[in-house]
Write a protein that binds this ligand. Structure first.
Ligand code: NOJ
Length: 563
C-alpha cells in the first residue's frame, strides 16, 4: 500500500483512475466490459501506480445513457456480473493496496426502475408519483408540457404519460428526475450508501450533485425561463445549484461518518468556482471535481489561472482540490491539444465541430498532441490535491472521431436532430486495446477467443496504442505514466506536505512552481509553453516529458528538478 493510502484522509492526495466498466476489459466475451474484467486486470492497475479505482455505473440499466440510467442501485448489471464479482473485485483491489470508489446517480432513475413503474401504475396524486416530479400539463386536456424547460441532451424536459400528467427529465426521456422533497428518496439513498460501504466501497462519486434540489412550487412553472442556466446559481434558479441541496449532503455526511475510516464523496457539480467549495466542505461530501484544467486550451495563462483558482477553492473549503484532464464526458485531451488552439471560450466549439465532421475539418497533429499531453501530465501530477485519470489516457489514446453515426450509443448524439446535431461522447468510450495483434479483431478487449463484437467499433490505429506494444517500449506513454506516478508518490505525496510556491523569473510563457519533497529537498516543476527553450534551475532533472535541448527545456515540455 502507498504511504498515502495508509492515511484516513487518503482521498485528499490520491491518484484515482476512472474505469468506464463497459469499455475496460471483457472477461466473458459478450462485447461489453465487466467487473471480472477489472479483477483480471488488477495487476495492470497496480503497476500503473494509482491509489484508487473509480467505477462508472455498473448497475442494472437499459443503457440508454451508458449506465447513468440506473434501474436498481443495489445490484450489478447481469451483463457485467454479480454482486459476488463486485466483492471479489473489491477484495482484489484492497489486496493490491488500492481503494474503490463507486458512482451514485441520485438526480434521476431509469424509467425501468421499480419505483417509476409503480408511479405510472398508481396514477396522479399517488404517493408513488410523489417520488418523481410529475405535474399536470397545460392546455384543456393537459396536452402541453408544464413549461418550456429543455433537457440537457436536447428536446423538451417533460414527457407526457397519457393521463394529463408529465414527468420531468433533465437528461434523457428514460431518466426520470427524482423528487428530493420526498422522504422515501432520502431514506433509499442512505440505504444505498450503506449498502456499498458495507461491501467495501471506500468512497463515492456523485453524479450531477448540483441538480437534486429543485424549486417547482414557489411560482407557477410557466413563469420560469425556458432554459435556466447551469452556471447561474442561487435562489433564482429553479433547477441548478440551489442552496437546499447542501442539506442533503449534510445528511449523507452522517452516514459517511458511521464508517472507519469515514467515507468521502466527490461531487460532479458544474457550478461557478465560487460555489464549488460548498460541496467539498468537511460536513458535506469532502471533495468536488474541479474541471478547470480540462477546460483550459493550450495557453500558459489559461493553465495558470486554472491552477490558481483550484488552489484557492481548496483553501476555502478546508479540503483539497482535484485535477482532471479527461473523463468519459469530454473529448480526450491529446486530441484537444493536437487541434488548432484558440481561447477556451471557443475551443470547445471548435472540437465539437471537428467531431461532428468526423475529424476532417482541422488537422489533428498527433505528435504535438502527445508532446503536450506528456507535459500536461507532469504539470498536473506535481500539484497538491487529488488527480483523476481516465482509462486509456495512460496509453495516450486520441479521440475516435469517425465512429459511424449508426454505431453511436450516446443519447447526446441520438437526441439531437440534424442542424443542431452533435456527435456526443462515444469517441472517448471506445473499448481499450490490450493487444496489437489479435486474430479475433478487437485488440484483445474480450478475453475468450470466440466473442461478440466490441460494443463500439475500434479504429485500426488503436494497434499502435495497445498495452502490449507500450509495455514493450519504455519510451511509451504507459511507461511515462508509471514513472511519473511513482515519483509523485515517492517524492511528493509521501511527505504529507501540501504547500506550493510559485517560482518566479521565467516570464509569462512558463508555469513553474516549487514543492517540498522527500529528503528535505525541493522539487521544481517547470512547463514551457513558449517558443524558445528555457534554462532549468540547478539540481537533478528527475523526469522530463521531452528530450532536453542542450540542457534547456524545449517548447511544450515539463521537467521536474530536485535540489
Ligand atoms: C454526468 C455523467 O458524467 C454523464 O455521463 C451523464 O450523462 C449525466 N451526468 C447524466 O447522468
Amino acid at each position: 500500500m502507498t504511504a498515502n493510502n495508509e492515511r484516513a484522509d487518503w482521498w485528499k492526495q490520491a491518484v484515482v483512475y476512472q474505469v468506464y466498466p463497459r469499455s475496460f476489459y471483457d472477461a466473458n466475451g459478450d462485447g461489453l466490459g465487466d467487473i471480472k474484467g477489472v479483477t483480471e486486470r488488477m495487476g495492470y492497475l497496480r503497476e500503473l501506480g494509482i491509489d484508487a479505482i473509480w467505477l462508472s455505473p455498473f448497475y442494472p440499466s437499459p443503457l440508454v445513457d451508458g449506465g447513468y440510467d440506473v434501474a436498481d442501485y443495489r445490484d450489478v448489471d447481469p451483463r457485467l456480473g454479480t454482486l459476488e464479482d463486485f466483492d471479489a473485485m473489491c477484495a482484489a483491489a484492497h489486496e493490491a493496496g488500492m481503494k474503490v470508489v463507486v458512482d451514485i446517480v441520485p438526480n434521476h432513475t431509469s424509467t425501468e426502475h421499480e419505483w417509476f413503474r409503480a408511479a405510472l401504475a398508481a396514477g396522479p396524486g399517488s404517493p408513488e408519483r410523489d417520488r418523481y416530479v410529475f405535474r399536470p400539463g397545460r392546455g384543456e386536456n393537459g396536452e402541453l408540457p408544464p413549461n418550456g424547460w429543455k433537457s440537457t441532451f436536447g428536446g423538451p424536459a417533460w414527457e407526457p404519460v397519457g393521463d394529463g400528467e408529465w414527468y420531468l427529465h433533465l437528461f434523457a426521456v428514460e431518466q426520470a428526475d427524482l423528487n428530493w422533497g420526498n422522504p422515501d428518496v432520502h431514506e433509499d439513498f442512505k440505504k444505498t450508501l450503506r449498502f456499498w460501504s458495507d461491501r467495501g466501497a471506500d468512497g463515492f462519486r456523485i453524479d450531477v450533485a448540483h441538480a437534486l434540489a429543485k424549486d417547482l412550487d414557489s411560482r407557477p412553472l410557466a413563469d420560469w425561463p425556458d432554459d435556466p442556466d447551469q452556471g447561474e446559481p442561487g435562489d433564482d434558479n429553479p433547477l441548478w445549484d440551489r442552496p437546499e441541496v447542501h442539506e442533503i449532503y449534510r445528511e449523507w455526511r452522517q452516514v459517511f461518518n458511521e464508517y472507519e475510516p469515514a467515507r468521502f464523496a466527490v461531487a460532479e457539480a458544474w457550478v461557478v468556482p465560487e460555489h464549488q467549495w460548498m460541496y467539498a466542505s468537511p460536513d458535506e461530501l469532502g471533495q468536488v471535481f474541479n474541471f478547470q484544467l480540462s477546460n483550459a486550451a493550450w495557453f500558459a495563462d489559461e493553465f495558470r489561472t486554472a491552477i490558481e483558482k483550484g488552489l484557492a477553492a481548496a483553501e476555502q473549503s478546508g479540503s483539497t482540490t482535484t485535477w482532471v484532464l479527461s473523463n468519459h464526458d469530454m473529448p480526450r485531451h491529446p486530441t484537444r491539444f493536437a487541434l488548432p488552439q484558440v481561447r477556451s471560450s471557443v475551443h470547445h466549439q471548435l472540437v465539437t465541430d471537428w467531431l461532428l465532421r468526423d475529424g476532417r475539418t482541422y488537422h489533428e497533429d498527433r505528435e504535438l498532441g502527445t508532446r503536450r499531453a506528456r507535459a500536461a501530465l507532469l504539470m498536473e501530477l506535481g500539484l497538491p490535491g487529488s488527480v483523476y485519470l481516465y482509462q486509456g489516457e495512460e496509453l495516450g489514446l486520441f479521440e475516435v472521431a469517425d465512429i459511424p453515426w449508426g454505431a453511436l450509443e450516446d443519447p447526446q448524439a441520438l437526441m439531437t436532430t440534424h442542424g443542431d446535431a452533435i456527435k456526443g461522447r462515444d469517441g472517448c468510450r471506445v473499448p481499450l486495446p490490450w493487444r496489437a495483434v489479435d486474430e479475433s479483431g478487437d485488440f484483445g478487449f474480450s478475453a475468450p477467443v470466440e466473442h461478440e463484437a466490441a460494443h463500439l467499433p475500434q479504429p485500426e490505429w488503436f494497434a499502435q496504442f495497445a498495452v502490449d506494444v507500450e509495455e514493450a517500449n519504455t519510451a511509451s506513454m504507459l511507461w511515462f505514466y508509471r514513472r511519473a506516478l511513482g515519483m509523485r508518490s515517492e517524492l511528493l505525496t509521501a511527505t504529507g506536505d501540501t504547500s506550493l510556491a510559485w517560482a518566479g523569473g521565467y516570464g509569462d510563457q512558463v508555469i513553474a512552481y516549487e514543492r517540498p519533497c522527500a529528503g528535505g529537498r525541493t522539487l521544481t516543476s517547470v512547463t514551457n509553453f513558449g517558443e524558445g527553450p528555457v534554462a532549468l534551475p540547478a539540481g537533478e532533472v528527475v523526469l522530463c516529458s521531452s528530450e532536453l535541448l542542450a540542457g534547456r527545456l524545449p517548447q511544450d515540455a515539463t521537467a521536474w528538478v530536485v535540489r
